[in-house]
Structure formats: C-alpha cells, structure tokens
Design a protein around this ligand. Structure first.
Ligand code: NAD
Length: 494
C-alpha cells in the first residue's frame, strides 16, 4: 500500500477549525519507517503561532456552545459514529500505525485500533450520564428558610492533549473521547515520531460530524508546539501521556496558572511469579508482559521477580521464548516483534543494556541490536542484577527484562515497591490468600493476577508515585474533564 493511495491528507497539514492548513512557519519534520530507517513522508512542524490559532478555534467552539449545548444524546451519537468509522477503517488505521511506529500490523489492529474504537464507544455512553447531586442543607445561621442546593458537573473548557508514540491512535482516543463526551473542546499534539494515525483520526472525527474547532490537531516538536500548548492561557486542562521527565516539566509549567493536569507517565512494573504458579501459563504470560509491543509499553513487566524454587525454570522458559520470537517489519504477517520506534530509542535501549552488562548483569537471551537496516533490538533477559543498577531502576522502554530471585516471602513487598514508579504489577499464583495480601501491598495503579496488561475502558487506569497524577478510562476520566460547581438557592418563607 503506498501512502499516497491510502491516505488522502496532503502531507504536512494541521487540523485547525475544521480545515487542513499549512503551518504558519511553513516547515516540516521528516517521518521515518522504523523497519528500514528511511524517511518516507513529512508532517507539519507546528509552532506557537499554530497552537494559538488552534486554541482560539477550540475556545470559540467552546464558547459558541456548538458542542456543549448539543443535546447529550446527539453528542453521544456522534461519538458512536466515530467508533463505527474507526471500525470501518480499521485496516487502514492499522496499516498507518504499523508503518509509522513499526509494530506488527495485526497487533495494531487488535490493540491500537480496537482501543480507539472502544474509547469512543464507551465514552459515547457517558455523554448522557453526566449529572450532579442535590443536598439537604443544615445552614449555620438558620432563619428557617428553605434551600435548594445542588451540584453541576460542567466541562472544564479547552483541553490540551499531548500523546506519546507507543500506542498513538489509542492514546489520542483515550483523551479526545472523554473530553468530547463531557462537552470540552480539544487541541491535540501527537508525538512527532508517530502523528499519521492521529491525523487520519482527525478526518474521521470531521466525517462523523464533530463540529469545526471542537478537535484541532497540531503536529510538531514537544519543546515547540507541546510547550506552547501547555503555556497557553486559554487552555484549562492538560492531559499528558509520556515520560516522567516530561511530565514533571509539564506539571511545573501548569503551576503558573494552576491549570488542571493529569499525567500518565513511565513505569518499571514488576511481574511476580510465586513458587506455586502454573508455569505453563506464567512463563508465556510474563514473556508477553515484557516483549509485547517490543517492550514499548508503560506497564511492561520489566522486572521479573521469581520465588527461588522456580527461578531457573522461569528464566530458562522466558529466554527460550525470547530466542524464538520472530523479529521483522510490521507489515510481514509472520512478524511477532517489530522494530523500536526510532534510532534514538534503539540507542537508548542498547546503551542501557550495555551498561547493565558492563556492571555485572548476564544476558540469558538477546543483549544486542540486530545488524542491518531498521531499529531492531533482540528480546533480552538479564540475570545477576543488583537493585541499585540502572537497568533495574530506570525505565528502558524496550524488550528487556531483568530477572531477580526472591528468597523470603516477606521480601516481596519491599522488592516490588523498590522503585519510584507505581504503574502496574502482575502476580502469578494460585494461592488465594497470598494473592489478596500481595495485591494490597503493591504500590501500583493496576495489579493483574495471572494476567498482565488487561485494560478496559470501564476500568480506571493510572499510576501511583512518579507514574502519574489522576486516572484515565472509566468515570474517573469523566471527573478529570469536568469542574464541580455547587449552587445554593435560598427560598425565603413566603
Ligand atoms: P516524551 O515524554 O518524550 O514525549 C511525549 C509527548 O510529549 C510527545 O508528544 C512530545 O512531543 C511531548 N513533549 C516533549 N517535551 C515536551 C514539553 N516540554 N512540553 C510539552 N510537550 C512535550 O515520551 P515518549 O518518548 O513519546 O513516550 C514514552 C514515554 O511515555 C515512556 O516513559 C512511557 O512509559 C510513557 N507512557 C506512559 C503511558 C501511561 O499511560 N502511563 C502510556 C504510554 C507511554
């Protein structure tokens, strides 16, 4: 499939106020195919001037109430239409995602595109269910009047959404769908590494009937377009997914005008295998927890903590899987593990593993990049690691897991929580008592038992500690796109 055939948007355009426009500065950024390293198209390099136009459009749409005043049932129907159009164009969206990010196309369809569809379908239902409460008051200076007191949940206003490159269209939907369901308008800046599927989603939104200005897309660099969006005085909330480092910079910038901000950040999630686990399930389960999406997932099970009696068996099993996974380009239907997203990411992963090995770790599988074109890295399992090594503490964001034995049951909580992250964790066991005790003790926003990375639009998702602020998905997301107002009416006695 050639890009010009599949994708009618002229390269290098931004979506502002319902129109596909050139960036004010007229500049573009190259887009690379991670499987070959070749530059195959360009995107617009949006800057502060474009962000300003986009925020103005979003604000005008919000204030005109074209979207907010629409009947909730109709808003929901438009979001449902978006879901149907995503379903209709699933193949094309998956193809774009695979081309741009490198992931296997079948996976892009089964995960990224399915998540995008689910988000619109799920939040379409919320458009009609955003309600307040009534209160029976006990006023302090009681003159006997009656009161009618109630709360209103109102859209926060213009939302600035910023997304990373690992699940581009899914993450765009994760932010746009709840924002639109609550009546907010949006300016979205996708990652400069993977903007294509988000631009295609922009076309789908227009086709579904989302009014002009309700969703605007400004592609560009984080330090330019992203920072301008965070700093814009008319943006009321920032919804960010990305690295902890960038998240902290964004939180600091939001302090200036106390913008609302939610952050979905990095992780170093433990996958914990207890001695009683069914290893036939646990071994492929923990291997998939780290190698899925080439390890480029915030909840990757990147620390494998294994009770000593089964340590060797689990390590050998995961190493065997790592050695067998078929590495290749995303468009090859036999590929199980695609390239990393960029040359920069390949350099980061290679450097961290090399440092881990130089400081004492042993590679039981992988441990190096694949020679030749593209950004491929071998699935890797490291043993003989210490808790103070950077491979154990820092997020690698590649197909690399560190395995550590657990000798004492009382050690589990301490080792699992020995990280400044707190996003996910999985526990592999059939012991009901230990399951619930350990699930309570782990500092993580999601704890999976005998599974990993099971996500659902209805289940809250987010991080403890430095993995983030707030939750996405579910009614929790609805809260973060709304302000709560109390209205108190005194009804004096006639
Ligand atoms: P990143 O932080 O480098 O970039 C994310 C986005 O922020 C990009 O769109 C980028 O252009 C923008 N950006 C960068 N600097 C900015 C600034 N100063 N102001 C405003 N915007 C800026 O992250 P990445 O490398 O694209 O993604 C990988 C990271 O994302 C990993 O750490 C991963 O764990 C995290 N992540 C978290 C979740 C989650 O839900 N918790 C999900 C996916 C990825």
């Amino acid at each position: 499939m050639a890009i010009s055939n599949a994708w009618p948007i002229p390269a290098g355009r931004l979506l502002i106020n319902g129109q596909w426009v050139e960036p004010e500065g007229g500049q573009t950024l190259p887009v690379f195919d991670p499987a070959t390293g070749e530059n195959f198209t360009t995107i617009a390099r949006g800057t502060a001037a474009d962000v300003d136009l986009a925020v103005n459009a979003a604000r005008a749409c919000f204030e005109s109430r074209a979207w907010t005043r629409m009947r909730p049932m109709e808003r929901g129907r438009i979001l449902e239409r978006v879901a149907l159009l995503i379903e209709k164009h699933a193949e094309e969206l998956a193809w774009l995602e695979s081309l741009d990010n490198g992931k296997p196309m079948a996976m892009a369809k089964m995960v990224d595109v399915a998540v995008a569809m689910d988000m619109f379908r799920y939040f379409a239902g919320w458009a009609t269910k955003i309600t307040g409460e009534t209160f029976a008051l006990n006023p302090l200076f009681d003159d006997g009047s009656d009161y009618h007191a109630y709360s209103l949940r109102q859209p926060v206003g213009v939302v600035g959404a910023i997304t990373p490159w690992n699940f581009p269209v899914g993450q765009a939907a994760q932010k746009i769908a709840p924002a639109l369901a609550t009546g907010c308008t949006v300016v979205l800046k996708p990652s400069e590494e993977t903007s294509l599927s988000t631009l295609r989603l922009g076309e789908i939104l227009l086709e579904a009937g989302v009014p002009e200005g309700a969703v605007n897309i400004v592609t560009g660099l984080g330090a330019e377009a992203g920072a301008a969006l965070v700093g814009h005085p008319d943006v009321r909330k920032i919804s960010f997914t990305g690295s902890t480092q960038t998240g902290k910079a964004i939180a600091a910038a939001c302090l200036h005008d106390l913008k609302r901000v939610t952050l979905e950040l990095g992780g170093k999630s433990p996958a914990i295998v207890l001695a009683d686990a069914d290893l036939n399930e646990a071994i492929p389960g923990v291997a998939n927890a780290i190698f899925f999406n080439s390890g480029q997932i915030c909840t990757a099970g990147s620390r494998l903590l294994i009770e000593r009696p089964v340590f060797d068996a689990v390590v050998e099993g995961v190493a065997a899987i790592a050695d067998q996974l078929k590495i290749g380009p995303g468009h090859d239907s036999t590929t199980q593990i695609g390239p990393l997203v960029s040359a920069k990411q390949l350099e980061k992963v290679s450097g961290m593993v090399a440092e881990g090995i130089a400081t004492g770790a042993t590679a039981m599988a992988g441990g190096s990049a694949v020679d030749g074109a593209g950004f491929f890295y071998r699935p890797t399992i490291l043993t003989n690691v210490r808790r103070d090594q950077s491979v154990v503490q820092e997020e690698i964001f590649g197909p690399v897991v560190v395995a550590m034995p657990l000798d004492d049951p009382d050690q589990i909580k301490a080792v699992a929580n020995d990280t400044h992250y707190g996003l996910g964790a999985s526990l592999w066991t059939n012991d009901l008592r230990r399951t619930h005790l350990i699930a309570k003790q782990i500092d993580a926003g999601s704890v999976w038992v005998n599974c990993h990375n099971v996500l659902d639009a209805a289940m809250p998702f987010g991080g403890f500690k430095q993995s983030g602020w707030g939750r996405e998905f579910s009614n929790e997301a609805v809260r973060t796109y709304t302000e709560l107002k109390s209205v108190c009416v005194r009804l004096p006695n006639a």
